[in-house]
Design a protein around this ligand. Structure first.
Ligand code: PMV
Length: 331
């Protein structure tokens, strides 16, 4: 059956914030992004990536991210994986035009690769009319960027160490769970998470301890989510990110994503907590601080942050949905 010509597909995905962190890869000869740590993520409602894929009139495929052409090295292994599912791989050789937009700063530590690659994985599968299960879609997304395998799903997800796809945590609906992003600076990361993970694994004296310690947090974190116990979960979230950053800071050369304002925001969260407000923080590969709380406290927290840090960009998130198709002209 000839299914050409392809037209265009537009998809959208939300970033997955690591609550229990993915930081470190297992060495496999030819499988990309196999995690050393089990991670738990949550989808962020207010941030998203929208991606359109169509056939290109150019000689080569082009990937335009927020108006700029980028090398998109992640495309080749993703297309190779897809080729195993296609009856005729000649379609894969046709140049593509891919345009992608983030509603938030790219490569700044706000998990743009997770939403970007999840939207791309769904778009490619629809463009080439490959019918994938969510598990397979998560596996495809993982090849492009580890945390993207969690972004395929909405809600809370788990991606177990040494596995190739994430899963949604069953029965984990939590309607008043909130994430408030506080961004003191918006700038490109000085070191990508990929390079930072490799450097941590190769040089940090704490790497093995980090992996063991983080993996031991997982089962308690799942039960905290199922019990909707923000205090129990908050303590585990702090344990995970502080240990991840301790491991990275001890790498040689040291990887330090924190800025003076990040530390002030961490201290502010501690101050609010001491006043009885249930709020815990986490950080990723950037200076932003993400606060975890429940809906009843969002206004108080945001007002307090605005008063003390007038220049900080603040964004409130509920739990986002999984990746989805916006338009599909191939149907
Ligand atoms: O998906 P990557 O390769 O950009 O790694 C992201 C890792 C962290 O965001 C720092 C942690 C996590 O679990 O998402």
């Amino acid at each position: 059956m000839d299914v050409m010509p392809f037209q265009s597909v537009t998809t959208r995905a939300h970033p997955s914030l690591g609550l229990i962190k993915y930081w470190g890869k297992l060495k496999h000869a030819d499988i990309a992004n196999v995690p050393a740590t089990t991670s738990i993520g949550v989808s962020l409602s207010s941030l998203s990536t929208t991606t359109t894929i169509k056939v290109s009139s150019q000689e080569q495929s082009q990937f335009i991210l927020n108006g700029q052409a980028i090398p998109a090295l992640f495309m080749r292994p993703m297309l190779e994986w897809l080729s195993t599912k296609l009856p005729d791989i000649s379609y894969l050789k046709k140049p593509l035009s891919i345009t992608s937009h983030n509603t938030f700063p790219t490569a700044a530590g706000l998990a743009s690769s997770s939403s970007g690659i999840a939207a791309l994985a769904l778009g490619l599968s629809k463009y080439f009319r490959v019918s994938l299960t969510l598990q397979e879609l998560s596996e495809l997304a993982r090849i492009g960027s580890g945390s993207a395998c969690r972004s395929v799903f909405g809600g809370f997800t788990i991606w177990r160490a040494n596995t190739l796809y994430a899963e949604q945590i069953p029965h984990s609906h939590w309607s008043d769970f909130r994430v408030i992003i506080l961004a003191p600076y918006i700038e490109q990361k000085k070191i990508s998470s990929r390079d930072a993970m490799t450097l941590s694994a190769n040089t940090s004296p704490y790497y093995d301890t980090w992996v063991r310690y983080n993996n031991n947090l997982v089962e308690d974190a799942i039960s905290a989510i199922l019990q909707k116990d923000i205090e129990k979960l908050g303590v585990l979230i702090r344990k995970s990110y502080t240990a991840m950053h301790a491991c990275s800071i001890a790498a040689v050369p040291s990887i330090l994503y924190w800025k003076a304002d990040s530390i002030s925001l961490i201290e502010h969260a501690a101050l609010l907590r001491s006043q009885g407000i249930p709020v815990w923080e986490t950080m990723d590969a950037g200076p932003q601080v993400k606060l975890i709380t429940i809906s009843a406290y969002v206004d108080t927290i945001c007002e307090s942050v605005k008063r003390h840090f007038p220049n900080v960009w603040i964004q409130d998130n509920t739990i986002g949905e999984g990746c989805k198709v916006i338009t599909n002209n191939n149907e």
